[in-house]
Design a protein around this ligand. Structure first.
Ligand code: SF4
Length: 296
C-alpha cells in the first residue's frame, strides 16, 4: 500500500536523523571534554538499560570514523538478581561482534541483607556496582570508564544536590574518581533522554529492566524527575536551557569565596583586611587599617 510505504519511509527518515543527531552530540561531548584519546582502552559499562545500549551503539559507530584509534570493551555486572536473564546481553554482544566481559558478583545478596525492608536499595546497589566495575577496570588496564548518564541525568543530579544538599554541583561529563585511579566519561552528556527512548525503540535493544530487584528509586529523585517533566510540559526547552547553563558558569556572579577571590576585589594596596572574628566581635579597632585612624 503506498500510504504504508510512505509512512515507513518517513519513519526511516526520522530514525536516520535521530541517529545522526546522537552521533553529532556524542562526538561533540567527546571533543569538548577530551573524553577519548589515541590509544585509549574504553570500558563501556552496559547495564542492559536503554541508556547504556545507546551509548555502546553510538560509540561503535563513531569508532569507525574517529580521528583517533581506541578500543571498546562492553562490560556488564551480573549482580545475581533473581530473574536476571543472563543470556540476553551475551547474545546481543556476540551478534555485534564486540569484545565483552560479564563480571559475576552477587551484590544483590549484600544489598538485600544490609538495607532494611521497605527502604530503597539503589544507592548502596549503585555504590557496590561502581566498586566492582572500577576494580575490574583497574585490574585489566582500561584507561577510560564510560557510563551511560545523559543530559537529563546531569540536570536531575544538579537539582538533587541543590535542593537536598545545598550544593551547586552536578554530574560532570568527565571525572577523576575519588581515589584518583579512574577517569570516568559520560559520552551521552548532551543527549536528551527522550531521544534515547526513541532510539532504543527504533533499534529494538533487548532491554533488561533495572528494577527486577523490586526496589524503587528514592523519593527525592522521583520528585525532581516529576518537576522536570512538568517544566518541560509547561515550558518546552527549559531543561535544555538549564543543561546549557551548567556549562556556562560565572563564579564572580555567585557567592562562593573559594571559587572567586572576592576579598581581592577592590582591595586597596596596603589596606589591612580584618578577619571575620573581629567583625563578629564588633571591635572597630580590630578592622581599622594599620597606621590609619579608621575614618573614611
Ligand atoms: S532498581 Fe534494583 S538493581 Fe536497579 S539500582 Fe536499584 S537496587 Fe540496584
Amino acid at each position: 500500500m503506498p500510504t504504508l510505504r510512505n509512512a515507513e519511509r518517513r519513519g526511516a527518515h526520522e530514525a536516520n536523523r535521530l541517529a545522526k543527531r546522537l552521533r553529532h552530540q556524542v562526538g561533540r561531548a567527546i571533543a569538548d571534554f577530551g573524553m577519548i584519546e589515541d590509544g585509549d582502552r574504553v570500558m563501556v559499562c552496559l547495564s542492559g538499560g536503554k541508556d547504556s545500549y545507546t551509548m555502546l551503539d553510538v560509540l561503535l559507530q563513531l569508532q569507525k570514523k574517529a580521528p583517533v584509534s581506541f578500543s571498546i570493551t562492553a562490560v556488564n555486572l551480573d549482580q545475581k538478581q533473581p530473574g536476571f536473564p543472563e543470556h540476553v546481553l551475551p547474545e546481543y554482544l556476540r551478534s555485534l561482534g564486540v569484545d565483552y566481559h560479564i563480571i559475576e558478583q552477587d551484590t544483590y545478596s549484600v544489598v538485600t541483607r544490609v538495607v532494611p525492608e521497605g527502604k530503597t536499595m539503589c544507592s548502596l546497589c549503585s555504590r557496590l556496582r561502581r566498586g566492582a566495575l572500577y576494580t575490574y577496570a583497574e585490574q585489566h588496564g582500561y584507561t577510560k570508564i564510560a557510563l551511560g548518564h545523559h543530559r537529563d541525568d546531569l540536570v536531575a543530579t544538579f537539582f538533587l544536590n541543590l535542593f537536598f544538599h545545598a550544593r551547586l554541583s552536578g554530574m560532570p561529563p568527565k571525572l577523576l574518581s575519588d581515589d584518583g585511579r579512574h577517569v570516568v566519561i559520560r559520552p551521552l552528556a548532551y543527549v536528551r533522554e527522550e531521544d534515547i527512548v526513541a532510539y532504543a525503540e527504533a533499534k529494538r535493544f533487548p532491554i533488561i529492566p533495572c528494577n527486577l530487584c523490586g526496589s524503587q528509586e528514592n523519593l527525592q529523585r522521583k520528585q525532581v524527575g516529576l518537576m522536570m517533566k512538568q517544566w518541560e510540559r509547561e515550558s518546552p526547552g527549559r531543561i535544555e536551557t538549564i543543561a546549557r547553563a551548567l556549562g556556562d558558569i560565572r563564579p564572580s556572579q555567585l557567592s562562593d569565596p573559594k571559587l572567586f577571590d572576592f576579598l581581592a576585589l577592590g582591595h586597596r594596596e596596603g589596606a589591612a583586611v580584618a578577619d571575620a572574628h573581629a567583625w563578629l566581635a564588633g571591635d572597630p579597632a580590630a578592622h581599622a587599617p594599620a597606621g590609619h585612624d579608621g575614618h573614611a
